[in-house]
Structure formats: structure tokens, C-alpha cells
Design a protein around this ligand. Sequence first.
Ligand SMILES: Cc1cc2nc3c(=O)[nH]c(=O)nc-3n(C[C@H](O)[C@H](O)[C@H](O)COP(=O)(O)OP(=O)(O)OC[C@H]3O[C@@H](n4cnc5c(N)ncnc54)[C@H](O)[C@@H]3O)c2cc1C
Length: 374
Amino acid sequence: MYDVIIIGGGPSGASAGIRAGKLGLKALLLEKDKFPRYKPCGGGLSEHAISYLDFELPQDLIEWEVTGAKVLFRDQSIKAHKDRRLSVLVSRDKFDDFLLEKAKETGIEVNTGEKALCCREMPDCIEVDTRQETYQAKFAIIAEGAHGLVKTCVRPADNREEYGICLVTEIPAEERELEERLGNTVELHFGVAGGGYGWIFPHKTYYSVGVGGVARDFLHPKKIMLEFLEKNDFSGEYKLHGHKIPLGGIKRKIVGSRVLLSGDAAGFIDAFSGEGLAYAIVSGQFAAEVIAGICLQGGNLKDLSKYESLCRAEFGTHLKYSLMFSRIMHRFPDRTFKVFTSSDKMIDKFLEVVDLTIDYKDYLRWCLLNFKLR
Ligand SMILES: Cc1cc2nc3c(=O)[nH]c(=O)nc-3n(C[C@H](O)[C@H](O)[C@H](O)COP(=O)(O)OP(=O)(O)OC[C@H]3O[C@@H](n4cnc5c(N)ncnc54)[C@H](O)[C@@H]3O)c2cc1C
């Protein structure tokens, strides 16, 4: 009998594993893939996300440093910079592998190449079936990401209004070309995909290029991605990777009787920017802490609900307002993005949301005030 079984070894599951191991929980982490594995992602790791890591991010994982953004809407574009680093770019195969190794170092058991098939909540324990074994634990953390249906033991799968679809590819390039084209900025192209955007991010040896939008409004992702590539002078044959991305800010059930959902499985994504790594990491840590409180400090089952309060207090309002902001912007794109890309001040202020110096609620308030002043 384990204290906790963690399903999924991505950033959320690995962060739960690191915290569980450090706190002394008897934990088993199941990951269906052998690591390192490819994960479709832009690889943007914000300063806010880095602040949750309880260790130094190794320099060799940092492929690029970002201080600003170029935001485009149709024929308009605008650039803004800060005098500080806002985020770094990492390759997810390396970053995720590093985190999972950190989890192993704490002494927890990590089985890669072993997929959880289902998770059952029983009165006294949970049971997790894999093809090899049935495991028992007092609690489970489901960190299986956006795909996968183990989470349906707690909540129904998302419908097409509740998740987005992304297509991404990596395009090899020389460091000098990346430097000349992007410098320390990322490019965000609005008006490309329904309810989302296209991006071009610099990594050390490649561009990450992708498009993402709300599934309901983004009907021909492959066609749009090919047009986006062509329009931005990427003319080769590229392998495209598709992935779901939940829309954050929607109320979802994340606590069962003995199960907690974390990261993308819980829907913790900024609905406007698509950032999820920060919330994946911190929610995994919170999940492990709450379970440790029950198993090691004499707490009771009811304390499981503390997880929801912790997440709400840390980033609940921010994600709720990211959804509101996203819906306002995409409802009347011609009006809103025109204003967004016509004023340096708007983008400059938005960069403060990127590293969470201010949250979406403050940003929205600031925007309304500025609209009124116009
Ligand atoms: C195209 C794209 C671009 C993105 N770009 C960014 C970005 O630039 N910055 C950012 O902050 N966020 C970005 N995101 C969001 C970010 O990728 C996610 O928020 C983050 O990966 C969530 O981490 P996670 O651990 O919850 O899930 P995942 O990273 O999806 O990890 C889940 C893990 O669980 C494993 N698993 C699944 N099912 C099972 C099972 N049944 N049993 C065992 N293991 C299982 C999977 O193999 C996987 O390793 C992007 C998302 C997409 C789709």
C-alpha cells in the first residue's frame, strides 16, 4: 500500500513526485512513455514558472532568453521589451526528463513505460490498474495531461468549447538566423486561429512554430497551420504535431474522495496565452503537500478539499480572468486587437502579466481605464 500513486510524469506529476519524496511520502509514479520523450509545446517557461522550482534551473536547459514580444494582428505589428528576462525557452524532452530525474533522486518509485488504465476510488483506498499490475494507495494524483481518460473517475471529459487544439512543428535554424529574425523576442500572431493565435519562438537550434485555437472555432487546423508557415516564409516539409490544450478558468471538479487532479488534467491553463507549465508545477506540489498533511500529520479525508482552496488562492482568479479577457478579445477581434496592437502601452503593460507582476484582473481594469481615457 502506497501513500500516493501519481499518474503521469510530465511537469505536474514530476513536481508532485519531487514534493512527495521530499516530504517522506511512500509514492509510486507511473508514466506511460519511456523518457526522454517528445511533447508538443512552445517551450516557453516564464519567470513565474521558474519561481516555483525549488532548485536552480540548469544553464544547459536554457535555450533562449526572452525579454519582449512582437504582437501582430493582420497588417499591424508592435514590439515591446522589458529590461528584465520574462521567460526562457526550453525543449520539453530535456526539461521534462530533468524534472523526472529530480523526482527519482528523492527516492520515490518511478515506473516509466507503464500506463495507468484506470483509477478506482474505494472506501479505504484507491486502486490503479496497469497491464502489469493492480496497485493500491491511500490517494492518487492524476497528472496525465490534457489527453487520457483516467481523470474521468473525477470529472467528465471536456467538450469542444472547453479545450483548444494546437499544431506545432520545430524548424531547424542556425543560431545567427534566429538571432537576426527574433532577437530576444517571441512573435505572437493574432487573427490567425479562432480563439487563439500563431507563434514563432526561438530555441537554440530551431524555431518552434505553431497555431492554436478553441476547438469549436478552429475547424481546419492543418490548413491554417500550412498557411501560417507559408506566410512566414517557412517553405519546407515539416512534421506537424497536434495536441489538445484545456481552456483554463472553467469550473471543473478537481477533487474526488481520494483523488486529486493536477496540471492540464485539472484544466489549469491561461486561456489567453496558453501558458500551463507554471500551474502544472505548483498544482502538483500542492497536491503532494495536502496528501502529506493527511498521511503524515494526522489529517483526515475532508482535508483533501484544501487542495482546491490552495489552487484557487494561488492562481484561480488569474485563470478566471484570463478566460474573460480571452473571450472579450476574440469576440470582437477587429476592434479589440486593433487597439491592442496600436499602442505600445498596451503591450508593455501586457508583458507584466507574462511574468505575473500584475494579474489579468488588474490588466483588464487598467485596459478599461485606458479605453475610457481615449
Ligand atoms: C502545442 C502546445 C504548446 C504549448 N506551449 C506552452 C508554452 O510555451 N509554455 C507553457 O507554459 N505551456 C505551454 N503549453 C501547455 C503545457 O504544455 C502544459 O500545460 C503542460 O505540459 C502540462 O503539464 P502536465 O504535467 O499537466 O501534462 P503533460 O505535460 O501532458 O504530461 C502528462 C504526462 O502523463 C503521461 N500520461 C498520460 N496518460 C497516462 C497514463 N494513463 N498513465 C501513465 N502516464 C500517462 C504522459 O505520457 C505525459 O508524460 C503548450 C501546450 C501545447 C499543446
